[in-house]
Design a binder for this molecule. Structure first.
Ligand code: THG
Length: 369
């Protein structure tokens, strides 16, 4: 395979950890919110096995924060998401679809409630800040919206709990899933949440003090030796097996949260006011016409760089494959697909062309594991 390098510039931003991950052997980048996001450190499959048994440190600075503060901040955040935040608490994270007036998904951030009038939207790869600004201007809201210089380090994997306890002390073991608090590292406070884009457990450190964060990055590797710590990044195989959805890959503005299985984050029967509410109510009463499902294919390799057509036995197009990989767990290709009604039933057989060869497969529920 021919390989290319990425041309760096101010437009595709480096992170405070870029020079470190390059010394550590990053082999592929993607871009995320106009920033470098590592995509591989050698073999994806080796990293997958390592992530499931040890601990990795990830440069996920590309998960940028959109800070919304001021008198109308809660109103604006609620206006953008279909998840009811009226009972939300300071010190908690909330996974929230951001939608437009038609119910189309604009982003799926983790929302952190820093205070009654201060919020961070930890965003996936789309320009949420512009959407928020447009709404605030149009609605004449009293808010301040900007991108603070926050650069997340994720510590993921089953041994992340022991490593973080070693670095931050026993207190951090009391932090609950999707809770956050401030913890001391050599005299600097860091916001840490128990969260992350893997199902192997772990933390995310929202680094505001860059210098301390770089020191912390190095310390995690120094103190992590006994836990076999390695550099890593969001792992395609692990995240597909766990069905952690990737905005822009598995879903985009042409899909709504009901089609993506986000029903529990869609509060249509509450009093709250958000854009797209009436539209989503209509969609709910008429019923969705496509649905995000899992798919298992009798193939040994795949690389998805655009949607692949999915057909039934009669070659009728019944959906599209959006992400896929070879799964060491299932010993076949698994993927995330948008399947048209009525073909989304479990066990529906499907056909798919991969590199001019036809393979058979079956529709299944998400998550795979
Ligand atoms: N962490 C932070 N910011 C992020 C991501 C992250 N921004 C971009 C992207 N990832 C957003 N997407 C997701 C998708 C899933 C989850 C988090 C962010 C996630 N989901 C859990 C699940 O599906 O089981 C929990 C959801 C819940 O209980 O509310 O964690 O990874 N900072």
């Amino acid at each position: 395979m021919k390989t290319f390098s990425i041309a760096k510039s101010r437009r595709i931003r480096s992170t405070p950890y870029t020079s470190r991950i390059e010394k550590q052997g990053v082999t592929a980048y993607t871009t995320y919110n106009h920033m470098l996001l590592p995509a591989a450190f050698g073999s994806l499959e080796d990293s997958y096995h390592h992530l499931k048994k040890s601990v990795q440190v990830w440069d996920v600075a590309g998960e940028r924060q959109v800070e919304i503060s001021g008198k109308d901040s809660a109103k604006l955040v609620q206006l953008m998401t279909c998840r009811d935040l009226s009972k939300s608490k300071e010190g908690r994270c909330y996974y929230c679809p951001i939608i437009d007036d038609k119910g189309g998904i604009i982003n799926d951030p983790v929302v952190l409630k820093l205070g009654e009038e201060r919020w961070w939207l930890s965003i996936a790869d789309s320009d949420v800040l512009l959407y928020a600004k447009g709404l605030a201007i149009g609605k004449k809201f009293e808010v301040k919206i900007f991108e603070p210089d926050v650069n997340i380090i994720a510590v993921q994997g089953p041994k992340s709990f022991k490593l973080m306890e070693k670095v931050f002390g026993q207190k951090i073991t009391e932090l609950k899933f999707f809770g956050f608090d401030y913890y001391d590292f050599k005299g600097t406070k860091h916001l840490i949440a128990q969260s992350g884009w893997s199902k192997q457990g772990g933390y995310e450190i929202y680094v505001e003090n860059t210098k301390s964060g770089q020191d912390l990055y190095d310390t995690l590797f120094e103190d992590g030796k006994e836990f076999d710590v390695k550099p890593g990044c969001p792992n395609l195989i692990e995240r597909i097996e766990s069905a952690l959805l990737s905005y822009g890959n598995d879903m985009d503005i042409n899909d709504n949260p009901l089609e993506c299985g986000f029903d529990k984050y869609v509060s249509l029967d509450s009093e709250i006011d958000f854009l797209g509410k009436e539209e989503l109510k209509k969609i709910r009463s008429e019923g969705i016409k496509k649905k995000l499902k899992g798919i298992k294919i009798d193939a040994k390799e795949i690389s998805v760089t655009r949607s692949l057509k999915i057909m039934d036995e009669n070659n009728t197009i019944i959906g599209e494959l959006r992400s896929a990989c070879y799964s060491p767990h299932f010993k076949q290709v698994i993927g995330i697909a948008m399947i048209n009604k009525p073909y989304w039933e479990d066990k529906q057989t499907v056909k798919i062309d991969i590199n001019d060869q036809t393979f058979e497969g079956k529709v299944c529920d998400l998550p795979f594991i």
